[in-house]
Design a protein around this ligand. Structure first.
Ligand SMILES: NC(=O)c1ccc[n+]([C@@H]2O[C@H](COP(=O)([O-])OP(=O)(O)OC[C@H]3O[C@@H](n4cnc5c(N)ncnc54)[C@H](O)[C@@H]3O)[C@@H](O)[C@H]2O)c1
Length: 203
């Protein structure tokens, strides 16, 4: 059994992901770190509560001491990082929490993972070869589309709001850990989702 750290799975996308993953991959335990901001709701993940392969920890991804404790206590072998301040309109009214959570929080997780999994640049510790950091980002880092164009992975980054700038910054930090330390990272830049468990503010 391997333990994966999920962040932000009391929110919309993570709370759809966690029960799906638990059922599909019985060889993994999931540890969910979530601060339960206004966007997080334990009701969203109550279907996971009684699963012995699922554990919830209330806390902040920016809290380095806590993140280090979780890596050591649960011998974390993968991270899937959903936690973020995610609403563009809020980022216009109050950008500072976006910078703190989306940039500093991502950095904290990444740096703790790199030090826990790796001996030195491009060298994973024997028991941690293959450990991966999956950063969930957004297509908003590519800017604004007109009626006909498409984004691709080659589209230049053009973030237009404090939200998308904070996500673009976190993407760059993740990229730098791949390039500088040889860390196994993946960044996914999905477009807008909608569906069950979505916060009303996004409708
Ligand atoms: N919703 C979309 O359509 C969409 C589209 C593209 C990308 N994304 C990205 O997907 C991810 C998940 O989006 P979502 O819509 O589910 O978000 P959401 O706002 O519904 O949920 C965010 C979760 O993160 C938690 N959180 C916030 N700050 C935290 C902190 N400091 N420490 C720990 N937990 C914290 C919240 O409590 C909440 O449970 C985000 O990274 C977002 O940028 C979302």
């Amino acid at each position: 059994m391997k333990n994966i750290l999920l962040t932000g799975t009391a929110g919309f996308i993570g709370s759809n992901f966690a029960p799906y993953f638990l059922e599909k991959y019985p060889e993994y335990n999931l540890i969910n770190l979530d601060l339960l901001t206004y966007a997080g709701n334990l009701e969203n993940i109550k279907e996971c509560e009684s699963n012995p392969r699922y554990k919830f920890i209330k806390g902040d991804i920016c809290n380095r001491e806590l993140v280090e404790f979780i890596f050591n206590e649960y011998d974390i072998q993968g991270v899937i990082h959903f936690a973020a301040e995610s609403h563009v309109d809020n980022s216009i009214k109050n950008p500072s929490v976006f910078i703190e959570t989306n940039i500093n929080g991502t950095f904290t997780l990444l740096d703790v993972a790199q030090k826990y999994w790796m001996d030195k640049p491009f060298t994973y510790k024997e028991n941690y070869i293959g450990c991966r950091f999956h950063h969930i980002s957004t297509d908003e880092v590519y800017g604004t589309l007109n009626e006909t164009d498409l984004f691709t992975e080659e589209t230049p980054y053009t973030p237009n709001s404090p939200y998308s700038a904070s996500k673009a910054s976190s993407d760059m930090i993740v990229r730098s850990y791949q390039e500088t330390y040889g860390m196994n990272t993946v960044i996914t830049n999905c477009s807008n989702n909608y569906g069950p468990k979505q916060h009303d503010e996004k409708l």
